[in-house]
Design a protein around this ligand. Sequence first.
Ligand code: GLY
Ligand code: MN
Ligand code: MN
Length: 488
Amino acid sequence: MNRSFKIFTILVALLSGFFVSQAQDKRDDYLSADFHQDRREQLRKLMPSNSVSVFFANPTRNRANDVDYVYHQDPNLYYLTGYREPHAVLLIFKDNQTDEDGESYNEIFFVQQKNPMAEMWTGRRMGDKGVQEQLKIENAYNGASFKDYNIDFSKFDKVMFNDFNNDVRDNPNDEADLYSLIEQFKQKVGYVTDNNALGQELPSRNIDIRQLNRYMSSLRGIKTPEEVELLRKAVFISTVGQVEVMKAMKPGMSETEIQGIHEYVFKKYGSEYEGYPSIVGAGNNGCILHYIENEKPHIESKEMILMDLGAEYHGYTADVTRTIPIDGEFSAEEKAIYDLVYKAQETAIQMCKPGVTFAELSKVAKDIINEGLAELGIIKSPSARHLYYPHGLSHHIGLDVHDLGTMGALAENMAITVEPGIYIPEGSDCDPKWWGIAVRIEDDVLITKNGFELLSSFAPRTTEEIEAMMKQPSPLDAFKLPELKGGK
Ligand code: GLY
Ligand code: MN
Ligand code: MN
C-alpha cells in the first residue's frame, strides 16, 4: 500500500468513526454481551445437576385505553441477557441438551419477532437475529416457535422458575405474547392450577418456585466491575440532582417543580428513568415514607423538605435522600433531629466492611436514635415503643431499588443503602415544637475489601455543608417562564 493511500484510508476510517459516533442511536456503556454470558454461566454453576431454570420477560402494563406504561424488563432476565423487550422466555440448562439435528445447546431464548408495521408504531425490535448478533445468544428464536419447542420437562430433576402472579393480559391475536408463552410453558411442564398459592403442593414433583430466587440473590447481591461502573454513574447523577436543588431551592416553589429539577438533571446525564417514583415531601408530607404525590403547590419557608430520588442508569438505580431546610437554615429543633439521624447514619457507615452483619448495623443505628429521642424528651426512655423510626436501615441497590441480595454479613462488592430516619407527624405524643419534622438521610455505599466507599459523597450531608451549598447561586435563578394564566 503506498503512503498517500494509507493516509487516505486512515482519514476515511477516522471520519467514518466520527460520523458513526455522531449518528449513534444509543449510548455505548451498556453492560456487555460478555457480562450477561458470564452471569448465565455463574447461574449454571449454582444449579443442581439435571435441572433447568426458566425466566420470563415482564408483562407490559396498561396505563389507560391505548397507552401503556413505559416498559421495564424483569431484572433477572435483563441481568442474564441484556434483552429489553417484552414477550420472551429464557431457558438455561445445567447440562447440554441435544436438538433434533443432533446439535448440543445449554440455553435457549425465545424473543419477540420483528414486525415492521408494529415497529413503526411502538419501536424497534431486535428479533431473533438481532439477539444472536447483538446479545450474542446463539440459540435465539422467535417466540412463535416456543409452542412447538419439543422438550420433555419431566426428565429434569428440577424445573426452577419464579411463581406467576397471574396478572398478564392476553392478546388473543398473538400466539407468542407473554400470556401465551406462560400458558404454553405451564402445559409443557404440567403446571395446571390457576390458583396456585405459594406453599400449596404443586402438581409436578420436579417444579421448584423458591430456589431460583436464592441463586439470583447470591449472584445479584455481589456487583461485578461493570455493574459498579453503572451504579457509580446512577448515584453520581442523583447526587448532582440533590446539589442543584439545594442551590435552586426557594420558598414558594412546588414539590412538583423540585421533583422536576432532579429529574431534569437525571435526563441531562442520560439517565433513562427514575429507579422508583420520586419522593419529594415538604413539612409533614415528609412523614409519609413513600410520599409520591409531590403535589404541594407552595412550600413554606419554615419547613424542611425530604427528597428521596434515584436516577436509573441503564437499569441500575441509585437511592439517595437529602432533607434540607426550605429557607436555607435549619431551626434549632430541625438541627437537633437532623444531627441525631446523621450520627446514627455516620456511625453505621463507618462500621461497613466485609463480615459485619446487616443486623449489627441496624441495631447500632436504632440504639443511637432511641437514646437521642429519649434525651430530647420525645420518647420517655430509650426502650419506649414508638413509630418515629419505622423502617429498616439498609437494603441492596442494583437493578431493583430494593435489590436481590443476601441479608446476612456484608461482603466485598455489595452495594447497599444506609438510611436512618426520624418522622414526627403532626399530632404526635410529644411537644408540638417537634411536629412536622421528618428527616431521612440516605447514602449509597459500596463494600470494599477492607471497608467501604461512599458512592454518594458528592451531595452535602452535614447541616453546615447543606447550609453552605444552599447559599450558592443556581443557574435556574435566570430561568423564567411565562405566567400560567388561570392557574392558582
Ligand atoms: N426510596 C425507597 C427507599 O429508600 O427504600
Ligand atoms: Mn432506600
Ligand atoms: Mn430512598
